[in-house]
Design a protein around this ligand. Structure first.
Ligand code: MTE
Ligand code: MO
Length: 465
C-alpha cells in the first residue's frame, strides 16, 4: 500500500484535489462517497484532509463492522509511520467521563447516550423520577464546574452580559410541572411503515418533572431589548461537536418573552440540582415545545432576527410529507418543530403481553399529552377496532392554569372483554383542549426522520382466561 504524509493528505480537502480522510493507520479517498453520507455531506466534510477518528469517537454509531468495511473499500494507502506515531487519536475517548446511569434504562444508543425507561414503569408515577427520565444526548456530556460556570447573554452575537450561577439564582425562583418529549418519541412504530432514520424510541422518550429556575423573560427583560426588533432567542449548550460547534436551538421571541409561557432557566429538577445527564447546572425548559429546544448545559443565549443556524434547528427536527425522500428533501422548506401535536401511548400492557382477565375486564394504562399548553380533555380506548370506545380516567395536574397545561396526563381504563377470546387489539387516542385528535394511521404521517409519531397506538395482547 502507498504511504502518505499528513501534509500530503491535508491537501486533499476539496473537490478539485479529491477528498481524503484518515482513520487509524489508513488513508481513504472518499470523494465519491461525500454526497451519499447519511449524516449529510457538510458533516463528513469537516474531516476532509484530516483524521475522522475524533469524529467517530463522538459519533460512535459509526463503529460497526458494516461501516468499517465500507470505509475499507475506499482505502488508498497508509499514513507514514512518523505521522502515525504522533497521531494519538486512537487513545482519545470523548466519552471517558460520562455519568453513571440507572440499570433499568433501556439503552438505544451508547455514545452519545440515549435511553428510555421501561414503559410500565413510566406510568407508575405522575412525576418521573430523575434516574428513570429518558436521556437524549447528541454529544458527550460536558464536565462543568459550578464555580467556573457562566451564561453569556448576547444580541446578534455580541456579548452584552455574563451571568454566573449565583446571579441566575438571584432572580425570582419559579417552579412548573412540565413534560419534556423527544420529537422522535414512538418512532419504532412509525418505522414499521417504511425505513426511516433515527433512534428507535419506544413510548418512553418522554418524562414529566417539576422544574425550578429563573424565568427567561425576567433575564431577557434586564437586557433592555426592543422586542419588536428581533424574532428569535437562540440557545447554545456547553456540549461541542468535533468542529467545536455547540448543540444549539432557538424559539420564537414571543414565546421567550411571555411570562405565561413559563419558559425557565432551570437549575432544579424534582426539587434537586439538575443531574449531569439532564443539563447540570442549567438548562432551558420550554414547556409545550419539542424536547430538542430544551437546551441542556446552557452556555449562551442570543437575541437575534434569525433562528439558530445549528444543524439541529436547520437540518433536523422538521416534518415532511410521506412522499418526501432523501433524494428530494429540502430542509429549508419546512419550519422547525416547536409546539408538539396531541399524542397518547399505551404503556401497560405492551404489545404481545399476556394479560389476566379480572371480573371480565382488563386494566390498561398510559399517558397523554399535547404541546402548547393544551390540556388533555379525553382519552378514548377501544378493543374492537373502534366499534366501541371507552373513556379513560385521567390523573392530571390540578394546579395548572388554562392554556398552561404543561404536564402530561396519566390515564387508566377497565376494558370489558368477551369470554373465549384469546387475542385482542387495543387502540388509544387522546383529544386536547383545542379538540385536536390523533391521526389514526402512521402510513399517512410517515416522514423520513420519524418525527411527530402521534398516530393511535395499536397494541395486540394475549388474554389469559
Ligand atoms: N441540549 C444539549 N445541549 N444537547 C443535546 O444533545 N438534546 C435535546 C434536548 N437538549 C440536547 C439538548 C433533545 S433532542 C431532547 S429530546 C432533550 O434535550 C432531552 O432531554 P433529557 O435528556 O433531559 O431527557
Ligand atoms: Mo430529541
Amino acid at each position: 500500500m502507498k504511504v502518505y504524509t499528513m501534509e500530503e493528505i491535508g491537501k486533499h480537502d476539496n473537490k478539485e484535489n479529491g477528498i481524503w480522510v484518515t482513520f487509524r493507520q489508513g488513508v481513504y479517498d472518499i470523494t465519491e462517497f461525500v454526497g451519499k453520507h447519511p449524516g449529510g455531506s457538510s458533516k463528513i466534510l469537516m474531516a476532509a484532509g484530516g483524521s475522522i477518528d475524533p469524529f467517530w469517537s463522538i459519533f460512535a454509531n459509526h463503529n460497526t463492522p458494516e461501516i468499517y468495511s465500507l470505509l475499507e473499500s475506499m482505502r488508498i494507502g497508509n499514513i507514514s509511520e512518523e505521522d502515525a506515531k504522533s497521531n494519538k487519536n486512537d487513545l482519545y475517548d470523548a466519552y471517558a467521563n460520562e455519568p453513571t446511569r440507572h440499570k433499568a434504562l433501556i439503552i438505544n444508543g451508547h455514545k452519545p447516550f440515549c435511553a428510555e425507561p421501561p414503559s410500565s414503569m413510566l406510568v407508575e408515577s405522575f412525576i418521573t423520577p430523575v434516574d428513570l427520565f429518558y436521556v437524549r444526548n447528541h454529544l458527550p456530556v460536558p464536565e462543568i464546574d459550578l464555580k467556573d460556570y457562566t451564561l453569556e447573554l448576547a444580541i446578534e452575537g455580541e456579548i452584552k452580559k455574563t451571568l454566573d450561577f449565583e446571579a441566575i439564582k438571584k432572580y425570582d425562583k419559579h417552579t412548573i410541572t412540565a413534560a419534556v418529549m423527544c420529537g422522535g418519541n414512538r418512532r419504532s412504530e412509525m418505522s414499521k411503515v417504511k425505513k426511516l432514520k433515527g433512534i428507535n424510541w419506544n413510548v418512553g422518550a418522554v418524562g414529566n418533572a417539576t422544574w425550578s429556575g429563573a424565568r427567561l423573560c425576567d433575564v431577557l427583560r434586564d437586557l433592555g431589548i426592543n422586542e419588536d426588533a428581533f424574532n428569535h432567542i437562540q440557545f447554545e449548550g456547553y456540549d461541542l461537536d468535533p468542529s467545536g460547534a455547540p448543540y444549539g436551538a432557538s424559539i420564537p421571541i414571543a414565546k421567550a418573552m411571555d411570562p405565561r409561557a413559563d419558559v425557565i432557566l432551570a437549575y432544579e429538577m424534582n426539587g434537586k440540582s439538575l443531574s449531569r445527564d439532564h443539563g447540570f447546572p442549567i438548562r432551558v425548559i420550554v414547556p409545550g415545545v419539542v424536547g430538542a429546544r430544551n437546551v441542556k448545559w446552557l452556555n449562551k443565549i442570543c437575541v437575534s432576527k434569525q433562528e439558530s443556524q445549528s444543524q439541529w434547528q436547520q437540518g433536523d427536527y422538521k416534518g415532511f410529507s410521506p412522499s418526501t425522500n432523501w433524494d428530494n428533501v429540502d430542509f429549508s422548506k419546512s419550519p422547525a418543530i416547536q409546539e408538539m401535536p396531541v399524542i397518547s401511548a399505551i404503556c401497560d400492557p405492551q404489545d404481545s403481553d399476556v394479560v389476566e382477565i379480572k371480573n371480565g375486564k382488563i386494566q390498561v394504562k398510559g399517558y397523554a399529552w399535547s404541546g402548547g399548553g393544551r390540556k388533555i380533555i379525553r382519552v378514548d380506548v377501544t378493543n374492537d377496532k373502534g366499534k366501541t370506545w371507552y373513556t379513560a380516567d385521567l390523573v392530571e395536574d390540578l394546579q395548572a392554569k388554562q392554556g398552561r397545561y404543561w404536564s402530561w396526563s396519566l390515564w387508566r381504563v377497565e376494558l370489558p372483554v368477551e369470554k373465549n377470546i384469546n387475542e385482542i387489539e387495543i387502540w388509544a387516542k387522546a383529544v386536547d383542549s383545542a379538540y385536536n385528535v390523533q391521526p389514526e394511521s402512521f402510513a399517512n404521517i410517515y416522514n423520513i426522520r420519524g418525527l411527530l409519531c402521534n398516530a393511535y397506538q395499536k397494541v395486540k395482547i394475549q388474554l389469559k382466561q
